[in-house]
Ligand binder design. Structure first.
Ligand code: CO
Length: 212
């Protein structure tokens, strides 16, 4: 069965290529000329949250970074490299952190089960719980608490983006850069905008505001 699936993926690729060429013979030649996406997407690695598809974006329109629970961790060289390239080379106008309800990473952070190396990644999500412990502990219904935790995690990741030297430097240099927090509903397909929109570092605690 596994081998059939594997072969099917390659067959699907050929069908997809042909469908694009049927619409435009130069489709891939144009894409090969370069990219200038206006958006950086930081999303969860979850297979049910395909970045381009849920926002109707075509190849070339979104620069994408995904990890478990859409985290913005300030020592993550992968995330920092993607962010730096997107902001300073591609000059994206928007950075969107998109979490999703039912996130397995958040569920793991709510529990205490040891899983493995991933425990150390999940620990960053647990920090978000600690920051918002009063609000979260006050929510009796476990599903409601889970949903709110997903939202608060996205909000914290947006703040963590704003704390980076990369984003603050862009704002300092009058680069029009907007950062946003969204949550996707796997059971509805709809995105909720959490309206945490930053355009400058004024909303950060003073200790995080970099002077240039
Ligand atoms: Co997830």
């Amino acid at each position: 069965m596994e081998n059939i699936l594997y072969k099917q993926l390659l067959d699907n690729n050929k069908i997809w290529v042909q469908s694009k060429l049927d619409l435009d013979q130069n489709y891939f030649k144009k894409l090969a000329n370069g990219q200038q996406p206006p958006v950086l997407w930081i999303g969860c690695a979850d297979s049910r949250v395909p970045a381009n598809e849920i926002i109707g974006a075509q190849p070339g329109e979104v620069f994408v970074h995904r990890n478990i629970a859409n985290m913005v961790i300030h020592s993550d060289m992968n995330m920092l490299s993607v962010l730096d390239y997107a902001v300073n080379a591609l000059k994206v106008k928007h950075v969107i952190v998109c979490g999703h309800y039912g996130c397995g990473g958040i569920a793991a952070a709510m529990g205490n089960q040891h899983i493995g190396i991933i425990d150390n990644w999940i620990r960053h999500i647990k920090d978000v719980y600690r920051f918002h412990q009063d609000e979260l502990d006050a929510i009796i219904d476990e599903k409601d608490r889970f949903n709110r935790y997903v939202e608060l995690n996205v909000v914290e990741q947006v703040f963590d983006l704003a704390k980076t030297s990369i984003v603050q430097n862009a704002w300092e240099n009058k680069h029009e850069l907007n950062i946003h927090g969204w949550v996707y509903g796997i059971d509805s397909g709809l995105i909720k905008d959490l309206n945490v929109n930053f355009k400058n570092n004024d909303e950060l605690d003073e200790v995080y505001q970099l002077k240039f």
